[in-house]
Design a protein around this ligand. Structure first.
Ligand code: HEM
Length: 506
């Protein structure tokens, strides 16, 4: 009897403790204790989700992040999950300090269990010395010389895409959902240039392509995103939730198994000497063979790089091309100007066969891609946690604070880009003062030691696909169809990119 009363009272104390701790964390600490409480920002919308709903919902016109920055300044404190004070920073100097100064490695990423399951612990998530070693080894793989060799592959896959769109139009369907087409195009390309692997997802079914499609062809709900964030703090949440989300679990298994198989096959091939293919994985394996043991990548690390390339290089590029088409459909005059340039360079539309140097010499195409990545960067924010106490402006930032670097807001700031900041105006890139200012204010690929290693691949690929499409088709908005922009983790068109497409006769 006595024992059961003790257990009951112990349990009551425990419960009271838990309730007290939750009350403190959600209702007291953020408002009366945290040093971040003095930083201005929006009031919390909700004690559980904080401001996440505003931050993560798809937007059609004004982005709430932009409104916060206009109202509260370049350092904004908002409330994250369970009201956790979190920062949104758009001050170019602070951003450069985080990204490029000697302190860059003092700002680490969230090692969210979901991201790790999808991307593997490759270059995107490596930290400190591990990251330096992997980055040093991988950088030579992304030289201009190697990217030039990828161009015929970009053209071949873009041409398959062109054929499929023509087929749809010839069958009488001109209102086309372009999202799956573009996403499969960039998946097929990264398969080929990354690992000489034929997904052929544009023309056939493939289990890896199906795994990605099942993961990305649906918009994440706020609840799903909140669960992903909670898993950063309580890893068991990932196990419980993946056990319930059979689709996610199966897709991760397929991605991991196929990536492993690809490395195994290349390893076998490499036993007979240097690999002759110029895909990224072959180049990495060749380099790895001649490195001293302490610098070599392990089998597991190489497998993780495959998962990394697939994730980092596929959806991002597809989203960039999608918004370029959308913006050109909204601005027919710009679309005509771009087409004029393409027609002049490629008078025979059936012979769109540029080299790397030729595609980069097209000035207006370059301006369109740059302006598109400014207005709608595929990665709208990146998150960092400071491992030491820091000072941002006049504020002390305690260690382990989450800071979002708001590139999408920075790139639309009227202070930095002038009164036309929110307009799609490719010709601004013809003005040298824009290019100079862009060193600090334009970060679609970030910069510094953690900047995108694949940016030159992405730019060449996007230019070729966009060039092929604009040379062959006219894109117009579909009457009555509204497209929003997802806010997290990537700015995907929501629900999808639906445009009205017609064929250009000559
Ligand atoms: C338009 C297309 C792309 C955009 C907008 C983009 C953007 C970015 C951004 C913003 C980051 C930094 C993420 C962070 O630090 O949190 C990043 C990193 C990275 N990207 Fe890209 N990316 C694109 C295409 C590609 C492609 C095609 C590849 C590979 C072939 C690639 C591979 C990577 C890798 C490996 C990293 C990690 C780099 C590191 O931490 O050292 N990306 N990318």
């Amino acid at each position: 009897m006595f024992t059961s009363i003790s257990i009951v009272s112990l349990l009551s104390y425990f419960l009271l403790g838990v309730i007290g701790w939750i009350t403190y964390k959600i209702f007291i600490w953020p408002y009366y204790v945290s040093p971040l409480r003095k930083i201005p920002g929006p009031p919390s919308d909700n004690p559980i989700l904080g401001n996440l709903q505003s931050l993560l919902s798809s937007v059609d016109s004004t982005d709430p992040k932009l409104e916060w920055v206009r109202k509260y300044g370049n350092i904004v404190k908002y409330n994250g999950l369970f009201n956790k004070p979190t920062l949104l920073v758009t001050d170019p100097k602070i951003i450069q300090d985080i990204l490029t100064s000697s302190k860059a490695y003092d700002f680490v990423k969230s090692h969210n269990e979901f991201n790790l399951a999808l991307l593997g612990n490759g270059l995107v998530f490596a930290e400190g010395d591990d990251h330096k070693r992997q980055r040093k080894m991988m950088t030579p793989t992304f030289t201009h010389g190697n990217i030039k060799e990828m161009v015929p592959t970009f053209i071949r896959v873009a041409s398959t895409l062109k054929g499929l769109i023509e087929k749809e139009i010839n069958q009488g369907n001109s209102n086309i959902n372009l999202s799956p087409y573009i996403s499969k195009t960039t998946l097929d390309i990264i398969g080929l240039v990354g690992f000489s692997y034929e997904f052929n997802s544009l023309t056939s079914s493939n289990e890896l392509a199906a795994a990605y499609e099942s993961l990305f062809n649906k918009q994440l709900s706020i609840l799903q995103i909140a669960v992903m964030m909670a898993a950063t703090y309580i890893p068991i949440i990932k196990d419980i939730s993946t056990a319930m989300d059979v689709n996610f679990k199966n897709a991760c298994e397929v991605i991991s198994r196929v990536s492993r198989q690809l490395v195994e096959e290349k390893y076998k091939e490499a036993e007979n000497g240097e690999l002759k293919n110029k895909d990224l994985l072959s180049l990495l394996i060749n380099t790895n063979k001649i490195l001293p043991d302490e610098e070599k990548m392990t089998f597991e690390e190489l497998k993780n790089q495959i998962m990394t390339f697939l994730m980092a290089g596929h959806e991002t590029t597809s989203i960039a091309i999608s918004w370029a088409l959308y913006l050109l459909a909204q601005h027919p005059h710009e679309q005509d100007k771009l087409r004029e340039e393409l027609v002049k360079a490629f008078p025979d539309k059936s012979n769109f066969n540029p080299t790397y140097d030729e595609i980069n010499s097209l000035e207006y195409l370059n301006c369109v891609i740059k302006e598109n990545l400014r207005l709608i960067p595929p990665v709208p924010v990146v998150s960092r946690f400071n491992v030491k106490d820091e000072v941002f402006g006049e504020y002390m930032i305690p260690k382990n604070t989450e800071t979002l670097i708001g590139t999408s807001v920075l790139q639309r700031s009227t202070e930095l880009w002038g009164p036309t900041a929110e307009n799609f105006d490719p010709k601004r890139w013809l003005d040298p003062s824009t290019t100079n200012a862009a060193n600090l204010n334009y970060l679609p690929f970030l910069n510094g030691p953690r900047g995108c290693i694949g940016n030159k691949v992405a730019l060449a690929e996007a230019k070729i696909i966009l060039g092929m499409l604009i040379r062959n088709f006219v894109f117009q908005p579909t009457k009555g169809f509204k497209i929003k922009k997802a806010s997290f983790p990537l700015t995907k068109p929501d629900p999808y990119l639906g445009l009205t497409v017609s064929i250009i006769e000559s």
